[in-house]
Design a protein around this ligand. Structure first.
Ligand code: FES
Ligand SMILES: [Fe+2]
Length: 329
């Protein structure tokens, strides 16, 4: 059961009018959550706590203790496989169940902390958000390069952005903006395929180099609204792992991790490898002020030169809390 089961419905829609969408969202970087430690989080409009047991399992719980409401992230401690509340010493396991009350003979049946299903993939801890309490119905794919010693240690970037995640997803298919916001010379033609909660887009690109034209491409694979792996091929192979996590209905926390093939066992330094990362980060910084100040139009006046924005919106509908078919449970 997800944490949110039996609790109030999703947070109210924000400035865009869109609710927080269901799915897997990155809430921490795996290596930053060491065994025996916890992290205070604020996502999905809620106070949360992530912890890693001494045995190595990561878990995400509602921060407020079901006993008398202490914040587990302020003075709570990981002890073995449990998280101990600082107020009266109750201990919770990774499922949120109360495992011990040091001064009681019986554990009350409702002594259960709200719990979010958790998986670790590709160097991130993901938590499942669905306020109706349904179990996860899709998966975050394993990306081979993320654990391949032939690929570099991730180069990480993050942003807090005052925008809804759907606005960010739309940007990837908004082909006309590449010229006007990012100054790219031509509008790349994109092929897109959908497969349930997964989406793949491919844009072939030609690049001029001193040794002639190089064929390349940008292939992006998205799993739900929270995760995308994008491969840049051509001059310098680069993998971008991007996660977008709702802080609330109005804001997102975006994390980028870039990986590139090692050269003679070393992470690449400078040159074309660094330039491609710099350019992607620059594009993100160019998009932010547009997103933070735009309105979300339910019925935009789209033209034939725009990318498949309507298609992206239709695809995103499956993650809307009211729209996800009940048959998926
Ligand atoms: S409030 Fe957590 S043990 Fe009492
Ligand atoms: Fe953009």
């Amino acid at each position: 059961m997800s944490a949110a089961a039996g609790r109030t419905a999703a947070a109210a829609p924000g400035r865009s009018g869109l609710p927080i969408l269901n799915g897997w969202y990155a809430v921490a970087v795996s290596e930053a959550l060491a065994p025996g430690t916890l992290e205070r989080l604020h996502y999905f409009g809620r106070e949360l706590v992530a912890f890693r047991t001494e045995g190595g399992e990561a878990a995400v719980l509602d921060a407020y203790c079901p006993h008398l409401g202490a914040h587990l992230g302020h003075g709570g401690r990981v002890e073995g496989e449990w998280l101990r509340c600082p107020f009266h010493g109750w201990a919770f396991d990774v499922q949120g169940a109360c495992a011990e009350i040091p001064y009681a003979k019986r554990i009350p049946p409702n002594a259960r902390a709200g719990r979010y299903p958790t998986v670790e993939r590709n160097g991130f801890v993901f938590a499942w958000w669905d306020p109706s309490g349904r179990a996860p119905w899709y998966e975050i794919p394993e990306i081979a390069e993320a654990t391949d010693p032939g690929w570099s240690t991730p180069d990480r970037y993050e942003w807090d952005i005052r925008a809804h995640g759907q606005e960010l997803a739309e940007n990837g298919v908004d082909s006309a903006h590449f010229k006007y916001v990012h100054g790219t010379r031509n509008v790349p033609a994109t092929e897109a395929e959908e497969d349930g909660p997964y989406r793949r887009a491919f844009s072939p690109i030609r690049m001029k180099t001193p040794r002639g034209e190089v064929e390349g491409g940008i292939e992006s694979r998205q799993a739900g609204m929270g995760f995308a792996a994008t491969r840049f091929t051509g001059i310098c192979e680069t993998l971008e792992l991007a996660t977008t996590t709702p802080i609330d209905a109005d804001r997102v926390h975006v994390r980028y991790a870039f990986l590139q093939p090692r050269v003679d066992g070393q992470d690449p330094v400078g040159g074309a490898a660094a330039a491609i990362i710099r350019d992607i980060v620059k594009q993100m910084n160019e998009d932010v002020p547009i997103w933070e100040n735009k309105a979300y139009l339910e019925r935009p006046a789209l033209c034939d030169g725009d990318g498949p924005i309507a298609g992206l919106r239709r695809w995103a509908l499956q993650f809307h809390p009211a729209e996800t078919p009940a048959s998926r449970t």
